[in-house]
Design a protein. Structure first.
Length: 74
C-alpha cells in the first residue's frame, strides 16, 4: 500500500531541497559533495526502480540487489 507514503514523500522532497539549498548557501564548497551525493542517489534509485515499481525483472537481478543477507526481496 505505497499510496500511504505519497503525502509524506512530497514533504520529504521539499525538505531535502530546502536542506541542500541551506547547506550550499552556508558553505559554497559543499556544492561538489552534494552533486556527487545526488548522483549516487539517482543511480541507486535507477538500480532499485524495477523492484519498487513492479516492472518485470530477472531473478538474477534480484540477487544483485540483495546487498545484505537479512534482506528478503522476493
Amino acid at each position: 500500500f505505497i499510496y500511504h507514503y505519497f503525502p509524506s514523500f512530497i514533504f520529504s522532497v521539499f525538505m531535502i531541497g530546502y536542506t541542500i539549498n541551506t547547506l550550499i548557501n552556508w558553505k559554497p564548497g559543499l556544492k561538489k559533495i552534494i552533486n556527487v551525493y545526488m548522483a549516487v542517489v539517482i543511480f541507486i534509485f535507477c538500480l532499485f526502480y524495477p523492484l519498487i515499481s513492479g516492472v518485470p525483472f530477472s531473478y538474477e537481478w534480484t540477487h544483485k540487489l540483495n546487498w545484505f543477507k537479512s534482506w528478503t526481496l522476493i
